[in-house]
Write a protein of this length. Structure first.
Lengths: 294, 280
């Protein structure tokens, strides 16, 4: 196509040059590293091609002793993966249930209040996440603050630390703002006239929520779900601290192999996690698109 | 707000801030305990100021965050300008996809992938440890870039395309038109991008963990090493200081943000007035 732009050739040159550093950078430090994950995942220690690391993920077994004292053989990494998925999904659902009404309430407040609330919600996000998690560890300990408060109410202390619930609490706390913020930003932009129109046409409160607000807020909901699910499925610190290291998650598995210098197997786990997440996101994207099309 | 809404928001805020309040409170504890308060003291703050390893980590973190923010903002802004002018739909889609990768990939995968490449390339050159300040800087610039681009690109799209063209019609070179017309228009996005890059770099633990060399320790990595052993209120004192610094930064950025808007509004009004005067 002939360039009719006033900038002419020189403009084109500047345009090309302005994108050049980033293109090179993205190639070298975004795309090539991903190739290295695959390369390490499919090679052994002497860089010969092998499926060994991938099959090890699916077939490695170990014996676990459950609470009743009976030992059984389990697929180590499949078990770890399913556990990560379960805890991440539970945390995401809790974040959504807690965050959706909060985002709605904030979006209905006055402009000033909205700004203050959103700033407040963002403050914990900027606190170091290791310290936040550690604070929960001291709260949930058997002799910690939570049990102290419960004791004041005359209730029996509960054992939380080292259970899956503690890990879920940590995940919800750490990633909760990532659920509220995208939902809020969609709701804040929502056209109030649509809600008024629905009311004028005889919709009751629940109808407005169900037929107008919820469908319109779905893009925010989907991005909130991704922003909570992805970090919680891949976390490796929360489970070590709040689960007392008893609930190995997929992130812990990767980190453990890295520390043990088994880089090829670490890459294999990372590769599998990446492929599964990509598939999940493709499915969610399609669901989102279909909803948008209806 | 309805009372029930108020109550619910209060509960959410309690959930978000209770751990932080506890942390602030116990940083003033006299004793070593993190759950039994025995008396007010600034002992742990004095201890913190004597901890040269942590202070060194603070210095490293700031050095890294400033470098990463400046480099990623410069490169990201240029990239946004280039992406915005791409005519080919496929090229544009390819660029968007690549830019999205570091944002949708879990941090652990970004970290592992960069680490694998650094280790491999380091081995090629026969280096025993290839991880250093420079590998960390590369990693930080890489994960900051998409956020900068996403801040600047919408500003470019909102900008009136005839503005730079008018400048060039009036005799500006493309470069001068860019500096004099486009840059002021996109400046708010560039500044937000810079601040985001800075805070992301400051707070990152996972990617730093995988790409850090032995010699270079940032604050999150120092905190990680502290929490491996029994934690004293010293770490809470550190957290308290971080909390107040963040609070101050947020307040300042909120204030300057509204000031900036006000200034731009006034400038536009003045400009319109002078136009009216000129036309009459």
């Amino acid at each position: 196509m002939k360039n009719t732009n006033y900038a002419g050739r020189r403009g084109g040159m500047i345009r090309g040059l302005s994108l050049a550093p980033y293109s090179v950078w993205a190639l070298l430090f975004i795309l090539v590293p991903l190739f290295f994950v695959a390369y390490y995942a499919f090679t052994d220690n002497s860089f010969h091609f092998t499926f060994g690391n991938i099959t090890r993920f699916f077939t490695a077994t170990s014996s676990v002793t459950d609470d009743s004292g009976t030992a059984r053989e389990v697929h180590t990494y499949l078990l770890i993966f399913m556990r990560s998925l379960k805890l991440a999904v539970i945390s995401t659902i809790i974040c959504l249930i807690m965050g959706y009404p909060a985002a709605y309430i904030i979006s209905k407040a006055s402009g000033r209040t909205q700004k203050i609330m959103i700033t407040l919600i963002m403050i914990p996000m900027w606190m170091n996440f290791l310290i936040r998690t550690y604070a929960w560890m001291t709260i949930l300990q058997d002799t910690g603050i939570f049990n102290g408060l419960i004791g004041l109410l005359g209730l029996r202390p509960v054992h939380i630390i080292g259970t899956e619930s503690a890990v879920v609490i940590g995940m919800v706390y750490d990633y909760f703002p990532y659920m509220i913020l995208p939902i809020y930003s969609v709701m804040a932009k929502m056209d109030v006239k649509l809600i008024e129109a629905a009311r004028d046409l005889g919709c009751n409160g629940f109808g407005v929520l169900h037929r107008v607000i919820w469908p319109l807020s779905l893009p925010g909901v989907f991005s909130g779900i991704t922003m909570v699910l992805v970090p919680s499925i891949s976390t490796f610190y929360i489970s070590q601290k709040l689960g007392n290291g008893k609930f190995y998650l997929i992130g812990d598995a990767i980190e453990g192999q890295y520390v043990a210098n088994n880089l090829h197997f670490a890459a294999a786990i990372a590769f599998i996690l990446m492929v599964i997440l990509l598939l999940c996101m493709a499915v969610m994207q399609r669901a989102a698109n279909r909803r948008a099309a209806v | 707000m309805k009372p029930i809404s108020k109550f619910y928001t209060a509960l959410i805020m309690l959930f978000l801030f209770a751990p932080i309040a506890i942390l602030l409170f116990f940083s003033f504890n006299e004793a070593k305990s993190l759950s039994v308060f025995s008396g007010f003291s600034l002992y742990w703050y004095r201890e913190l100021l004597r901890d040269s390893e942590t202070l060194g980590a603070v210095r490293n973190t700031l050095l890294l965050a400033v470098s990463a923010a400046v480099i990623s903002t410069a490169m990201g802004t240029a990239a946004a300008v280039g992406i915005n002018k791409l005519r080919s739909r496929y090229l544009r889609a390819a660029m968007d996809t690549v830019t999205n990768i570091p944002m949708i990939n879990p941090d652990i995968i970004t970290g592992i992938s960069l680490m694998l490449m650094f280790v491999f390339v380091g081995r090629l050159f026969g280096a025993a440890t290839s991880l250093s300040f420079w590998t960390m800087l590369i990693a930080h610039v890489t994960f900051c870039l998409p956020y900068v681009i996403l801040q600047v690109l919408p500003k470019l799209q909102q900008m009136d395309k005839s503005l730079p063209e008018a400048a060039m019609d009036l005799g500006c070179t493309p470069l001068r038109a860019f500096l004099k017309v486009e840059i002021p228009e996109i400046l708010p996005g560039v500044i937000t991008g810079l601040i985001m890059a800075f805070t992301l770099s400051l707070d990152d633990f996972v990617i730093s963990y995988f790409t850090a060399g032995n010699g270079f320790q940032t604050l999150p990595i120092r905190i990680y090493n502290m929490t491996k052993k029994t934690v004293t209120p010293k770490m809470y004192a550190l957290a308290t200081i971080i909390f107040f610094v963040i609070l101050a930064l947020l307040l300042i950025s909120n204030l300057t943000d509204s000031d900036g808007k006000e200034l731009r509004r006034r400038a536009r009004k003045k400009h319109l007035k002078s136009k009216e005067v000129a036309s009459t």
